[in-house]
Design a protein around this ligand. Structure first.
Ligand code: FMN
Length: 338
């Protein structure tokens, strides 16, 4: 069983985020909404999929005793609340079949749900399809975690095959692909380069929530603390590419509540992934309580959409907002780089 996976869980639980760029974004109030709370529809489309709920459980774990327990609870939560769910990186179970139960349990509990497998960049299509088969996934995330690998003493240090491996995955994956970051965000030029390669769904997973540089620094003897806080924020990534790509964007990284979810959707994301939020939810609450919290999150999102006169996600993506000068300045700098 993997100590590394347990370290990730325990250090992620120890992190807490108070402020991030979502606090620099405000909606413009609408005093006369021409809709009703009952009429609000929170379903969304993401690539070929229709999601009843626009937020989902993003990639976390698998491959340890602790992660088996967490995944079991997350899968039950996903099933009860109609949430899509991504697995943690499946590679560990492809190398050691004794670790597969913490992944296979997900589709056993929730066979009808939208389950998304996860592999690291540098995996070719053969490995990716094996991961998809093992977990019975309907889509697959490929995560880009170069910074994490650099900080991990045991991590990969050669990334020269990543583009050609991604190209191979685009050509031969048996399910739709999502390319995702792990909390360091993506520049608009990288998103356009991935789009040119044929990627149609991208999770920008930005800075503002779980900080994997900090987590890996806790695990290594000699800390590389200058990497702590590295990366583009989720809003910097989303707003700097807004209107310039046809890719279906997913927002993740630092989503704390229903208001952040609404802000991410208004910034162009088609769906919103939360990791640390759900990890803390299943650690701190019973399954019944966690289900109650997720239902509350859905209701709160509906209330925000109603206040903004946005009866559906498509309308929410067009509502007016203002951002602080500092965030606007950073977004403008990023836009100039395209
Ligand atoms: C304990 C833990 C393990 C993670 N493992 C993976 C992983 O295996 N693959 C991956 O793509 N992302 C992984 N992530 C990153 C998340 O999917 C997400 O990109 C990041 O945590 C930012 O979202 P958050 O601020 O909501 O936590 C992990 C996150 C956590 C908290």
């Amino acid at each position: 069983m993997s100590q590394r996976k347990d370290d990730h869980i325990n250090y992620a639980l120890a992190q807490s985020v108070k402020h991030n760029d979502f606090d620099r974004f405000r909606f413009v109030h609408n005093s006369i909404p021409n809709t009703s709370l009952e009429a609000i529809d929170i379903s969304t489309t993401l690539g070929p999929f229709t999601l009843k709920v626009p937020f989902f459980i993003n990639a976390m774990t698998g491959g340890s005793e602790q992660s088996l327990e967490i995944n079991e609870k997350l899968a039950k939560l996903a099933k009860a609340c109609d949430l899509a769910m991504a697995t943690g990186s499946v590679s560990i179970a492809l190398n050691d079949s004794s670790l597969s139960e913490s992944f296979t349990i997900l589709s056993k509990i929730n066979p009808e749900g939208l389950l998304i497998a996860n592999v690291g960049a540098g995996s070719n299509s053969v490995k990716l399809n094996q991961a998809v088969d093992l977990v019975h996934a309907k889509a697959c995330q490929v995560h880009l975690n170069a910074l994490q690998e650099l900080i991990m003493p045991e991590g990969d240090k050669d990334f020269t095959s990543w583009w050609s491996d991604l190209e191979d995955c685009v050509l031969h994956s048996k399910v739709p692909l999502i390319v995702k970051e792990v909390g360091f965000g993506m520049s608009p030029s990288l998103i356009l380069k991935l789009e040119a390669l044929g990627i149609t769904m991208i999770d920008v997973s930005g800075h503002g929530g779980t900080d994997f540089a900090w987590i890996e620094n806790q695990r290594r003897g000699q800390s590389l603390d200058f990497f702590n806080g590295w990366g583009l924020s989720t809003l910097e990534s989303l707003l700097s590419i807004q209107g310039k790509t046809k890719v279906d964007l997913i927002a993740s990284g630092g989503i704390r509540n229903a208001l952040d979810i609404a802000k991410a959707l208004a910034s162009g994301a088609k769906a919103v992934g939360l990791s640390s939020y759900f990890l803390k939810l299943v650690s701190d609450y019973s399954l019944e309580e966690a289900i109650g919290e997720v239902e509350k999150l859905k209701e709160e999102l509906k209330m925000i959409m109603c206040a903004l006169d946005a009866p559906d996600i498509q309308t929410l993506s067009k509502v007016n907002y203002i951002v602080d000068a500092d965030l606007e300045h950073r977004i403008n700098q990023l836009r100039k780089m395209i």
